[in-house]
Design a protein. Structure first.
Length: 94
């Protein structure tokens, strides 16, 4: 699951750059599936499933929400930090 989080965070960070519109469509499909999978895998982990479900609803490609570019930038950055932060804080030295 760490690999999925790293890939999804990388895609979120790529969304901060000027990319072709087809990339954002690709991102919406991948993010929808990934957020849904994360919600399922973390279903017993407090409020995280709700966060992932809301994230999936925001990016779903079927009925797009109009969100301005600056707000998308903030959302993508928050997703990237949320996905990567646990990977670095749960690291234990042996």
């Amino acid at each position: 699951m760490n690999f999925l989080k790293i890939i999804l965070a990388s895609l979120c960070l790529l969304c901060l750059l000027e990319m072709p519109y087809s990339f954002y469509e690709f991102f919406r499909i991948i993010a929808l599936a990934s957020f849904g999978f994360l919600a399922y895998k973390e279903r017993d982990n407090g409020a995280w499933p709700l966060f992932w479900i809301i994230s999936a609803l925001i990016v779903q490609p079927f009925h797009k929400f109009y969100i301005t570019r600056p707000l998308w930038t903030i959302i993508d950055f928050i997703w990237a930090i949320t996905l990567l932060y646990p990977l670095f804080t749960n690291y234990k030295k042996t």
